[in-house]
Structures are given as structure tokens and as C-alpha cells.
Design a protein around this ligand. Structure first.
Ligand code: CU
Length: 532
């Protein structure tokens, strides 16, 4: 028997007219939370201390033929099944994690000093979560448990970038080379296996990856115990503590188009608290959620200084009352608690309680600072671009308005490669968002700058492929004006980015960082061609 969705799915290839581009906002395609779901607001907040992930330690030195003859520091990181409590009063949760923790250990790199990481899959053979075998690359002929690691924001050779089809199974491993030839920045690492990334990351396969450099060290920013990663991700739990992830009907095709959990975790804990001194702290905020956008505010209403975006330091600090982060994006912020002695401050995101800062009494000598000039960010000139690509973001719905698949430039993952920039050349990519949602678009390997966003007539574009702007040119927000690797492409807008394709020739990907979208075709390979 063929289900309605299977029929439509086949229809994408046989008769694409059955699939309608998204017009009116349809329902989200997923079932309601089960009756056994935990209501996190019934738990007492701020009873668990914020965990700080351990720093990964090298295990000697090794050579790798493709990385040259010099021995490099060697790390071995296993992926393991384990149980952990996300809250004092909630039963243990089964997770998968790098190094047997969630988040995994923080990887620390020095700019220009490469290392090797042996990623070892020691997971069980059965997945924690239901797999949709109708999705690309997740069909029944493939093993349930497949992993491949991508260091998000890393400038890594193609064979070490975690290509979605380069997955390996329990009992196997992959030795990756990270040259770290890039500026200081807050990166992160996570799973990227084709068709099941959303499930592998949800199970816990994520961690922070920090690149440091001398220029940043010289700035005297808050450091040591006053520099803390805040890795945000949302999850839904059953009352038993078990992870719960939505499934939609029919049961054979459980893919949900988005995921919004009822509980927001920071470094793997629900409602943690952090004891702080009355001084400045640097927080490296990472949005590691599948779909959730954060809008972070402090209960005191005080501002924070954003000092870095995805790919490192901004030219100058930016004072913000609300920090917004799309999935995959990062921001480094400095919060000064000097005026908050003895206060309890809550970090919120929209209507959600995230965590608490408990500021100590007393006098603290704070010798750190936030210079007014952090690092020059040289603008890439539009005149230096040798090519402009116009690329659409598309959502295809079925007859009742449920999303069935998401596409980039109306192309499936397996379609011939169309983006082939040449090494060290500059291109402008016009991201034409024809959907009703914002999509965070991430390009592997490279860093880029946002040129602008501009509203356009989506109906006219869908009918005639004619681009008619209907709004003014909107400059990037101050916190987006530095180096980026993930950009929010807003609905009904053309978002323009300018990219210099520096790096290692070979095959990479670009994709939407809403993991449910990425797993359902909103990802495309690209080739970086060697300069001739
Ligand atoms: Cu998307």
C-alpha cells in the first residue's frame, strides 16, 4: 500500500506539479507532544550548577600522510552511549556524546597549529530515535547508526570536513586533520551524517571548538575561569527523563519539519545556575539547537557587549539588550556584573527561563577590559566579485499545506553540482527566500560578510522568475557586521553575502542549519575548484 506522503514523495520526481511551493503558512508537520511528556516548568529552577565541559587533551603525537611529514598533536575522541541527569529531580536520560559527555569536551586550538583528531564511533547498533527511511541517504539499505563529524566554522581539508556521505559505523573511526590556519573564533563540532543529522545531534553529539590567537590574547579580554562556553540547545523529555523527539504520521515517515523543545539546556543542564564574581565575564554563546532561534535577555534589562560573531572578533564591541542567534550561529559576549553585587540575574529567551547568574558580594579587582577596537575587519569589495549567483530557498508542500521537502535552488542533494567557485576568487550569493520561514544558511570551509537584505515580490518571482524589490536595502545588524559562516536568510527577503573562497580544493556542502530541513534536502554539495 502506498501512503499519501510516499505517493507525493515519488511525485517529486515523477510529476512535480503535485507539489506546491509554499504560499500560505501551513501547519508544522509533526504530531503533538505525547501525554507522557515532561512539563519542565514543574521542576525547581536553579538547583544544578552550570557544568563547564572538560578541555580535550592530546594523546601524544602522530603523523598523517595527507597532513605532511611533521608529527602533530593527536586527540582520540570516542562517541559513547551514556546516561546523565539534566536536572536534579529528573531521572537519568540516555544520551550519545563525544567523550561520553553532552556536550562533548571543548577542543582548544591555536591559530596556525594543526592537530589530528581520531573520531571513534563506539555507539550501539540501534538508534535512540526513530529514523525516517524515506529521507535521502537514510533509506533502509543503510545502517541505522552512522556518524561523521563536522567542525562548524573550521577551515579544514575536504577529507576532514565531515562530508555527509563520509559516515562510519560503530567499530569504525576516522582520522581528521585540522590545520587551524584561521583567526581566533568560537567554532563548534557536531554530527553531519546524511539524513539523520537532526537525530544524531539531538542524541547529544555536539561540543565547542575554540580557536585562539595572539592578537586576541593581546586584547586582555576576560579569560580563564571568567571565559565560559554557553552551549544552548532545546530538548523535550518524558517524565521518566527519556529524550522525546516528535514524530509525524504516517509512522513509516516520522520526519517533522521543525523541532521546538519544551526545555532549554545550557551545557547539558536544565535551568542551571552559575556563581559569578562582580566583574566582567566572556561567554561564548553557541546555538546548537535543531530549529530554535534564541532572543536572549537579562532579567535586569542591562546590556551586554557582543565582541565576536561566528568567525571571530568584530571590529568594535556592540552593546545589545537582546542577543539573537539562529541555529548554528555563535556570539561572544562580555557581561559586566560589577554593578550587580549580591544580585540573582536570570537569562531568558522569549518566554523561556534559560539560566541564572548569582553575583557574589564584595570587591573584585578586574584587570580585564574590552578595547574599543578589537580587530580590523576589511570589507570585501563588491567590485572584486567575479560571479554573482542567485539561489532560491524553497519549501514544497503537499495538497493540504504540510511541508514535504525543503530545497536549495529547487535542487535535490543528488542533482548534479551547480556551485563550483574557484579557489581564492570572490563571489556574491543572493539567497532568495521564497518560504515563510527564516533559514540559517551555512557554507562550509569559508567565512563571509553579509552585504544586505532586501524585501522583494515573492509572487512575481514564483510566476516569472523576475526579481522586483519592494523594500529598502537593509544593512546587516551591528553584531552581524564581522566575519560570518552562517547567515539568517529572512522570509520574503533577498539576503546577499560576499565570499572569498579561500581554502582547500575539493567537495564541501552548503545548507540550511535547521537540522530538520538539512536532513530533508535543504543541503547541496559544492566544489571548490583549484586555481589554474
Ligand atoms: Cu531551513
Amino acid at each position: 500500500m502506498t501512503t499519501r506522503r510516499q505517493f507525493l514523495w515519488q511525485g517529486t520526481f515523477a510529476a512535480s506539479t503535485l507539489l506546491l511551493p509554499r504560499r500560505a503558512r501551513p501547519r508544522m508537520r509533526s504530531a503533538p507532544a505525547p501525554a507522557s511528556a515532561l512539563d519542565p516548568t514543574t521542576l525547581k529552577p536553579f538547583v544544578d550548577a552550570l557544568p563547564i565541559p572538560a578541555i580535550a587533551k592530546a594523546d601524544g603525537q602522530r603523523t598523517l600522510q595527507s597532513a605532511g611529514t611533521t608529527a602533530l598533536p593527536y586527540y582520540r575522541i570516542e562517541m559513547n552511549f551514556f546516561e546523565a541527569r539534566v536536572h536534579r529531580d529528573l531521572g537519568p536520560t540516555e544520551f550519545w556524546g563525544y567523550g561520553g559527555t553532552f556536550p562533548g569536551p571543548t577542543i582548544e586550538a591555536r591559530s596556525g597549529q594543526g592537530f589530528l583528531i581520531d573520531w571513534v564511533n563506539r555507539l550501539p547498533d540501534k538508534h535512540l530515535l526513530p529514523i525516517d527511511t524515506s529521507l535521502h541517504g537514510a533509506e533502509t539499505q543503510f545502517p541505522d547508526v552512522r556518524t561523521v563529524v563536522h567542525a562548524h566554522g573550521a577551515k579544514a581539508p575536504p577529507e576532514s570536513d565531515g562530508y555527509p556521505e563520509a559516515w562510519f559505523v560503530p567499530g569504525e573511526s576516522a582520522l581528521y586533520h585540522y590545520p587551524n590556519a584561521q583567526d581566533a573564533a568560537t567554532l563548534w563540532y557536531h554530527d553531519h551524517a546524511l539524513g539523520i543529522t537532526r537525530l544524531n545531534v539531538y542524541a547529544g553529539l555536539l561540543g565547542a571548538f575554540l580557536v585562539r590567537d595572539d592578537a586576541e590574547d593581546a586584547l586582555n579580554l576576560p579569560a580563564g575561569e571568567c571565559e565560559i562556553p554557553l552551549i544552548l540547545c532545546d530538548r523535550t523529555f518524558e517524565r521518566s527523563g527519556r529524550l522525546s523527539y516528535p514524530v509525524s504520521t504516517p509512522p513509516a515517515n516520522p520526519w517533522a519539519s521543525e523541532f521546538f523543545g519544551s526545555a532549554i539546556l545550557v551545557n547539558g543542564k536544565l535551568y542551571p545556575y552559575l556563581d559569578v564574581k562582580p566583574r566582567k565575564y566572556r561567554f561564548r554563546v553557541i546555538n546548537a539547537s535543531n530549529s530554535r532561534f534564541y532572543h536572549l535577555t537579562l532579567s535586569t534589562g542591562q546590556g551586554v557587549q557582543q565582541i565576536a560573531s561566528d568567525q571571530g572578533l568584530l571590529e568594535a564591541p556592540v552593546t545589545l539588550k537582546t542577543l539573537s542567534l539562529a541555529p548554528g550561529e555563535r556570539a561572544d559576549i562580555v557581561v559586566d556584573f560589577a554593578g550587580n553585587r549580591g544580585e540573582e540575574i536570570v537569562l531568558n529567551s522569549d518566554a523561556y527561563t534559560v539560566m541564572q547568574f548569582r553575583v557574589a558580594h564584595g570587591i573584585e579587582i578586574d584587570r580585564s577590559g574590552v578595547p574599543s577596537l578589537l580587530r580590523p575587519v576589511t570589507k570585501i569589495l563588491e567590485s572584486s566579485a567575479i560571479k554573482t549567483r542567485t539561489l532560491t530557498l524553497d519549501e514544497m508542500d503537499d495538497m493540504v499545506g504540510d511541508p514535504v521537502t525543503m530545497l536549495l535552488n529547487q535542487s535535490h542533494w543528488c542533482a548534479p553540482i551547480t556551485e563550483e567557485p574557484v579557489q581564492d576568487t570572490v563571489e556574491i550569493w543572493n539567497l532568495v527566500n521564497l518560504t515563510d520561514d527564516a533559514h540559517p544558511i551555512h557554507l562550509h570551509l569559508v567565512r563571509f560578510q553579509i552585504l544586505d537584505r532586501r524585501r522583494f515580490d515573492t509572487s512575481l518571482y514564483q510566476m516569472r522568475r523576475t526579481l522586483r524589490y519592494t523594500g529598502r536595502v537593509v544593512a546587516p545588524e551591528p553584531g552581524e557586521a564581522g566575519w560570518k559562516d552562517t547567515v539568517r536568510a529572512d522570509p520574503g527577503m533577498v539576503t546577499r553575502i560576499i565570499v572569498k573562497f579561500s581554502g582547500y580544493p575539493g567537495r564541501y556542502v552548503w545548507h540550511c542549519h535547521i537540522l530538520e530541513h538539512e536532513d530533508n534536502e535543504m543541503m547541496r554539495p559544492y566544489n571548490l575548484l583549484a586555481a589554474s
